[in-house]
Design a protein around this ligand. Structure first.
Ligand code: CO
Length: 293
């Protein structure tokens, strides 16, 4: 391993915790259970272990693929038939583990298997010298063999210290070339399989933001938002985490002035279903070590 031991240990520790909390959190996704309670309980498990969240717990329903989480005072409840994606990021000393799974409250088992199978097939192919495009081709083929579409405009991504979107990008479809995988790279592979169009769009609703410029704000609500955003060191936070009122106007102002970047809820077409599976891995001399399993 060409990685520094301290860094390697932090990645492994973050991975082990993320794995544990993801499974416990997913266990709270039950028919009749409240989304807000599930999200708060799962996020609290990470803090109780002395770690931080790399991003707010993403919980996305049915045709939503990513970037949803509980709203402040959210009254949504998990229902029979739902397909729920749970995506967790754990941060230890700035090093990130990013992992996701899909909970099926209906009869979506083959769709869940499509993204999970694509993830396993891609992981099995990771080694120095393979290209990101080849991994995308494996993901696409695995999902299409099962009669579904991969989501073409969502990708896996490299991870670096306090950085969720480092090199390389790992597509979910075949691509010529792309990054050449090297020993010591750390990245997340996250196939999405869908019964819909295979292209996600942005909804109007935004629950998750990150700070992209360090300018002061005058509005009291904007100041309160930046008190939450600043210690995140550029990592995402949830609207729900900001205390007090008039948060909406503060967020709108900070987005308009280029201080915050919004991450709208991402969804496929109405009445479709999207599944997701994700692991974080470290590339070794002859393969990879999955930190989140
Ligand atoms: Co990810």
């Amino acid at each position: 391993m060409i990685m520094d031991d301290v860094v390697y240990d932090a990645y492994r520790e973050a991975g082990a915790l993320a794995r544990k909390v993801l499974h416990q959190g997913a266990g709270l996704v039950k028919e009749g259970a409240g989304l807000l309670e599930m999200v708060e309980a799962t996020e609290a498990m990470v803090m109780e272990e002395g770690a931080l969240l790399a991003f707010p717990l993403n919980v996305s329903f049915n045709e939503a693929a990513a970037h949803d989480t509980a709203m402040p005072g959210d009254e949504r409840v998990f229902s029979r038939g739902d397909l729920i994606k749970v995506d967790l990021g754990v941060l230890i000393d700035g090093y990130i583990a990013d992992t996701a799974m899909t909970v099926d409250l209906g009869d979506h088992a083959p769709l869940v298997e499509a993204s999970a199978g694509a993830l396993e097939a891609a992981i099995a192919a990771v080694r120095p010298g393979v290209t990101a495009g080849e991994l995308g081709a494996i993901i696409q083929a695995t999902i299409e063999e099962r009669g579904y579409r991969p989501v073409a405009n969502l990708t896996g991504h490299g991870l670096d210290r306090y950085n969720l979107h480092a090199r390389p990008t790992i597509p979910n479809v075949a691509m010529s070339g792309g990054a050449v995988i090297e020993e010591g790279m750390v990245f997340a592979i996250e196939p999405f399989a869908t019964t819909g169009s295979g292209r996600i769009s942005e909804a109007a609703r935004v629950e998750i933001y990150r700070q992209i410029a360090a300018r002061p704000a005058r509005l009291p609500s904007a100041k309160r938002i930046l008190e939450v955003a600043r210690p995140r060191r550029g990592l995402p936070f949830a609207r729900r985490w900001v205390p007090g009122d008039k948060v909406e106007i503060g967020l709108a102002t900070l987005v308009r002035t280029g201080i915050l970047h919004p991450f709208p809820v991402l969804h496929d077409i109405p009445d479709s279903f999207v599944s997701q599976a994700e692991h974080t891995l470290i590339v070794t001399a002859d393969g990879c070590e999955v930190t989140t399993r």
